[in-house]
Design a protein around this ligand. Structure first.
Ligand code: SAM
Length: 248
């Protein structure tokens, strides 16, 4: 059976991947129906005049680039409301921000700044419009930067960080994103939380020397609302520091 594992993994992370060419479309229809029901229940777009609910499967959608579907708003409120941090010291960065749902909800917390990183130009433009439209009285952070770029090229700034991931990409990209984060933490030890919703590849976070799980939540029967929160404290990052950054 053990010998079969790599083959099964190749099949289920290959042609039969839920974001791949065969099951991708079927999964997309499921997600479409789910998002429709959720919007009826939460009325996020209806209340705020935004357009974040409908999933988007692009024509040349790659298997490793997971298609857009928004995080359930109540899940983001639950997570951000439960992390013991002073938001005004932290940047909130959503890797794979899509139409911007998580950014909008995060802006109801007093983060120092909010950054959305999105690969797709079409989704990036939708996010720009949504940020323009979203002006509830409860908004506490208006510094929202949207960047249309590959998450792999993102250069972290030096402040404490909440890194938000809602199943944006496959294992390999996640490994590289976490390796970049570790390099940044090594150069500048600081407090970081990694929030991973629908944590398909949680083992990548588990394997990090810098990160420790501090919370998990969401019902198991609704995998898209399940989440884990990992933390790196300044002290832990400093004690684990790799080589100091090169002198220039
Ligand atoms: C499941 S959606 C998450 C949407 C958003 N974070 C939210 O919570 O509402 C995943 C998003 O990640 C984006 N994405 C996938 N790979 C990416 C990459 N390498 N760089 C930037 N964005 C990426 C996809 O285009 C998609 O919009």
């Amino acid at each position: 059976m053990a010998a079969l594992n790599p083959i099964l993994t190749k099949v289920f992370r290959g042609p039969l991947d839920l974001n791949g060419p065969v099951f991708g479309r079927i999964f997309y229809l499921f997600e479409y129906a789910r998002s429709y029901v959720e919007e009826r229940l939460e009325a996020f777009d209806a209340r705020f005049g935004t357009d974040t609910s409908a999933p988007t499967f692009e024509r040349n959608q790659k298997t490793s680039v997971h298609f857009y579907v928004p995080t359930t708003a109540s899940t983001i409120y639950e997570i951000l409301g439960s992390i013991p941090l002073q938001p005004n010291k932290f940047a909130f960065v959503d890797m794979g921000s899509g139409k911007g749902r998580a950014l909008l909800v995060a802006s109801e917390f007093p983060f120092k700044k909010i950054v959305g990183i999105e690969l797709s130009e079409q989704l990036h433009r939708s996010a720009e419009q949504n940020v323009e439209r979203y002006k509830p009285d409860s908004q506490q952070c208006e510094t929202i930067e949207l960047k249309c770029m590959d998450a792999l090229d993102f250069a972290y700034s030096d402040e404490p960080l909440v890194l938000f991931l809602f199943d944006p990409f496959g294992r390999e990209i996640l490994q590289n994103v976490i390796a970049n984060l570790e390099a940044s933490l090594s150069a500048k030890p600081r407090d970081v939380y990694v929030v991973y919703v629908y944590p398909q590849f949680e083992d990548v976070l588990k394997g990090s020397r810098f990160l420790q799980m501090v919370k998990e939540g969401g019902p198991k029967w609704r995998p898209w609302s399940r989440y884990v929160v990992y933390a790196a404290t300044t002290a832990a990052a400093a004690s684990l520091g790799l080589d100091p950054p090169p002198m220039t």
